[in-house]
Design a binder for this molecule. Structure first.
Ligand SMILES: O=C(O)C1=C[C@@H](OP(=O)(O)O)[C@@H](O)[C@H](O)C1
Ligand SMILES: C=C(OP(=O)(O)O)C(=O)O
Length: 419
């Protein structure tokens, strides 16, 4: 058995930082993810005047239910969409003037449905350049609360941001959602709000959040399930290869652990225990058609191993992967083509035919440089392809820092044990 220690969940760390900052009292986050996204989030809080104490294994946050202590601040959100969407929402409940900006990549990503909903709730929020994009300024004077309509068909993070805001409003929020992707991420939000003392009620399309604020707590962060997908996929493409991720089992909060069900359908042996998950490659990898609307961060992982399946792999209902760190459908297609794989895409799907070309015309067998598009998931996914295809390299291997700075070392360690 090969046990792999996976760093903490990005999504859980970001939510825990928001909740801790807003809670009454001191919160300890145990085993938070230390990566560009989550360190950027924590630094954003520090710029806003929150006290965040960081040791390698635990972060401590002094909560301020009344909002940021800084009455003016500039916050740089880097590439992190959770930072860029959650922090402007957090400050709305305080009092002051806060300017937010983000990296060129994050500036391109949308947030208009969220900022429109905040304005509908009376928040003075201005986009400084392009409407619906960073940079933006919030002139905060608290939020009364009430009812708001939200289209979360592009990103569930809009809904998560509003849910997290709910208890910080004076009368609570009723959020009516007209469309919603990535539902399991909303379930993470609701479960974590419960751990900080708030019960969200759901009545069909309406989410009801009571006022009253959060209670500080000690919160242990699960290993990241999306990151685990690369290690599980590595086992699945290696006959007899076995990978166990401790800390992610049947009670895990993250929907992305469902990626192992896709591997099971393809022929891998999967066991989900109470506190660990194991995937074993059987030598069989069948093609399939799969809807990944709920677990779309693992779409590139599947696309990158799809050429090794015995039949076509078709991934459906993943339109919103076009507005992530890059257009992931086209990025996957481009890189698979570089490997000589036959692939087609549509507005919300990708279909990959079996087989990697034995040569790509440059005399180097399968060698190809993968175009990273500054997207950590493209690099980590095609690293798995590299277990079976010789000579894969990356134009920007370092972009894994967004969620897993130590990825290449960890993956090389696994490679040595699997092959
Ligand atoms: O709320 C979150 O932490 C996340 C939600 C998902 O985004 P979308 O809801 O935009 O699909 C996911 O892709 C992202 O990596 C993290
Ligand atoms: C889409 C992602 O990140 P975010 O939206 O949080 O920037 C991701 O990590 O795959």
């Amino acid at each position: 058995m090969t046990a792999v220690a996976i760093p903490g969940s990005k999504s859980i760390t970001a939510r825990a930082l928001f909740l801790a900052a807003a809670a009454d009292g001191v919160t300890t986050l145990v085993r938070p993810l230390r990566s560009d996204d989550t360190e950027g989030f924590a630094e954003g809080l520090v710029r806003l005047g929150y006290r965040v104490g960081r040791t390698p294994d635990a972060w401590q946050v002094d909560g301020r239910p009344q909002g940021p202590s800084a009455t003016e601040a500039d916050v740089y959100c880097r590439d992190g969409a959770t930072t860029a969407r959650f922090l402007p929402t957090l400050v709305a409940a305080g009092h002051g003037t806060y300017r937010f900006d983000a990296s060129p990549q994050m500036r391109r990503r949308p947030l208009l449905p969220l900022t429109r909903a905040l304005r509908d709730l009376g928040v003075d929020l201005r986009h400084e350049e392009a409407e619906g994009h960073h940079p933006l300024t919030v002139r905060a004077a608290g939020v009364e609360g009430g009812e708001v309509v939200l289209d979360a068909g592009q990103s569930s993070q809009y809904l998560t941001a509003l849910l997290l805001l709910g208890p910080l409003t004076r009368t609570g929020l009723r959020i009516r959602v007209t469309d919603l992707v990535s539902v399991p991420y909303v379930e993470i939000t609701i479960a974590m709000m419960r751990a900080f003392g708030v019960e969200v009620e759901r009545d069909g399309d309406v989410f009801v959040v009571p006022p009253g604020g959060y209670r500080a707590t000690t919160y242990a962060i699960e290993p990241d399930a999306s990151t685990s997908s690369y290690f599980f996929a590595a086992a699945a493409v290696t006959p007899g290869g076995e990978v166990t991720v401790p800390g992610l089992g049947a009670g895990a909060l993250q929907g992305d652990l469902g990626f192992v069900d896709v591997l099971r359908r393809m022929g891998a042996e999967v066991s989900v225990g109470p506190d660990a998950t194991t995937v074993r490659g059987t030598g069989e990898l069948r093609g399939l058609t799969v809807n990944m609307r709920d677990i779309s961060d693992t779409m590139p992982t599947l696309a990158a191993i799809a050429p090794f399946a015995s039949g076509p792999v078709r991934i459906e209902d993943v339109a919103n992967t076009r507005v992530k760190e890059c257009d992931r459908l086209e990025a996957c297609a481009e890189n698979l083509r570089r490997l000589g794989v036959e692939v087609s895409t549509g507005p919300d799907w990708i279909e990959i035919r079996p087989g990697v070309a034995s040569g790509n015309g440059n005399g180097n067998g399968n060698a190809a440089e993968i175009k990273s598009y500054g997207d950590h998931r493209i690099v980590m996914s095609f690293a798995v392809t590299g277990l079976r295809v010789l000579g894969i390299s990356f134009d920007d291997p370092g972009c894994v820092r967004k969620t897993f700075p130590g990825f290449h070392e960890a993956f090389a360690g696994l490679r040595g044990r699997l092959l």
